[in-house]
Design a protein around this ligand. Structure first.
Ligand code: NAG
Length: 463
């Protein structure tokens, strides 16, 4: 079906049709949902959501159980291509079309179809939570992404395509607080900065967004607003994307929550009432963590400055100051750590380091792992051992940032099991943008304080 031909008609029906259906509610699995209580680093006054590892049995949007780890890594590479500093078409103002063609006058300005990379997805590495939307409120399983700004979810009637999701689709026709956003709205003008794609306008004057991701996944639909609910707090007029064409492997999630630095991100929209900070603990697949918007306990963290970069003003840049293995600093000059811009990202699985730093890290780890038998390289991971991380003696690895904040990495932050008998150093080399990925952040509390331009870390966050 052709999205563009149907958009104006659909937009009218969204606005004119009365409520005709009632909304069924999702009931979260009690055992998993109750884990939000008791995290020691949570400030009692913030808004808190339970966060799940994409492969946790408690995740409301689990990935396929047989998803090979190599597919996760393939996704990682795609995600990074979006951030690449060397690719001149990093801002995809003209996305290349597959064979899905758009006709009509509206289409001229929406001549966009995004290439699909089968098996790769923005959702594969991202953590999952539940967010309420609409009146009455229904909760949806959403991936959380610090690397993008616009929140969107699949939206009935899915004019072109919706992937399979956990629970029912969001249906704007049954929410009494839904409204579409006109093309003249300030939020529509903000889309270029939020999505790096231009907005377009339907014949009935509804603003159309295009959210695309480095791995080829995308969502296209109406810019809309409705009441968003986090726990027991509600916020009217939250602006998000009502996705009519959602393609890629987003797991079973309904959509994505954008937490990057842009006016349209969930963070900025809630900031006037909640404060411009958020914190999270990314759990392992065997535990639960949290996402908290607003207040945090400032005394518990060690901080590094949050840096703005013209490479992408919506991403969170920080500076690495040094690394050590078993208490010994890596044999690399300290200028190597800052030889590339570095971002911290919730959705990248494997940390990327400047090549010289990575090479020194790999050497130092192999030396200190002594006689542990080596295993062949696995995908981009070239420092592998026979065995499982839980059974091996892994040296202490420290990752220090400018200003003194340090991640004292646990064995599970250093090595990642890629199959039943192989574990690999969960870092890789890059000569492009360095990235602090989510394997290294797991079980730490990380706070992003935009008002004070700082990012803080503290250990033991998921307990
Ligand atoms: C919780 O957050 C509030 C508001 O940001 C702050 O004033 C307070 O100090 C925090 N509580 C603790 C225990 O740090």
């Amino acid at each position: 079906m052709d999205l563009l031909v149907h958009l104006p008609l659909l937009a009218c029906s969204l606005l004119l049709f009365p409520l005709t259906m009632t909304v069924g509610r999702e009931i979260a699995a009690d055992a998993c949902a109750s884990q939000i209580t008791g995290f020691q680093h949570l400030n009692s006054t913030g808004l808190h959501l339970t966060l799940h590892h994409p492969q946790s049995p408690c995740s409301p949007a689990p990935l396929p159980k047989d998803l090979p780890f190599s597919a996760v890594i393939a996704h990682d590479a795609g995600r990074i291509s979006r951030l690449t500093t060397k690719n001149p078409s990093r801002h995809p103002t003209s996305l290349h079309l597959g064979n899905k063609h758009v006709g009509s006058q509206v289409a001229d300005s929406l001549a966009v179809t995004v290439p699909l990379t089968p098996g790769a997805s923005v959702g594969v590495g991202n953590y999952v939570t539940r967010l309420g939307l609409g009146t009455p409120t229904t909760s949806y399983a959403m991936v959380v992404d610090t690397g993008s700004s616009l929140t969107w979810l699949q939206c009935s009637p899915c004019v072109v395509s919706c992937h399979q999701q956990t629970g029912q689709l969001y249906d704007p026709r049954v929410s009494s607080t839904y409204a579409s956003m006109p093309c003249s709205s300030a939020q529509c003008s903000e889309l270029q900065a939020a999505t790096l794609n231009p907005s377009t306008c339907s014949k009935s004057n509804v603003c159309i967004y295009q959210a695309s991701y480095g791995d080829g996944s995308f969502s296209i639909g109406y810019l809309s607003k409705d009441t968003v609910s986090l726990g027991s707090s509600s916020f009217p007029g939250f602006v998000y994307g009502c996705g009519q064409d959602n393609e890629g492997l987003f797991g079973q999630s309904a959509g994505l929550i954008g937490l990057a630095r842009n006016k349209l991100s969930l963070l900025y929209q809630l900031a006037p009432s909640s404060g411009s900070s958020f914190s999270y603990c990314l759990p392992t697949s065997a535990s639960a963590g949290y996402l908290s918007i607003g207040s945090y306990n400032p005394g518990q963290y060690l901080y590094t400055p949050m840096i703005s970069s013209s490479l992408d003003t919506s991403l969170y840049f920080i500076n690495i100051a040094g690394m050590s293995v078993g208490g010994n600093r890596l044999a690399v000059s300290s200028s190597e750590y800052s030889s590339l811009p570095t971002i911290i990202d919730s959705g990248t699985v494997i940390t990327r380091l400047p090549t010289a730093v990575y090479t020194a890290l790999s050497k130092a780890l192999v030396a200190s792992m002594g006689g542990t038998p080596r295993a062949p390289a696995y995908s981009i991971l070239d420092t592998c051992f026979k065995g499982q991380v839980s059974k091996l003696h892994v040296p202490a690895v420290d990752l220090a940032f400018a200003g003194g904040a340090t991640l004292k990495l646990q064995p599970g932050n250093v090595l990642i099991d890629v199959d039943d008998s192989t574990t690999c150093l969960a870092f890789a080399a890059t000569d492009d943008t360095a990235i602090i990925g989510n394997t290294q952040q797991q079980t730490f509390s990380v706070v992003y304080d935009i008002a004070q331009s700082r990012i803080g870390f503290t250990a033991g966050g998921c307990s």
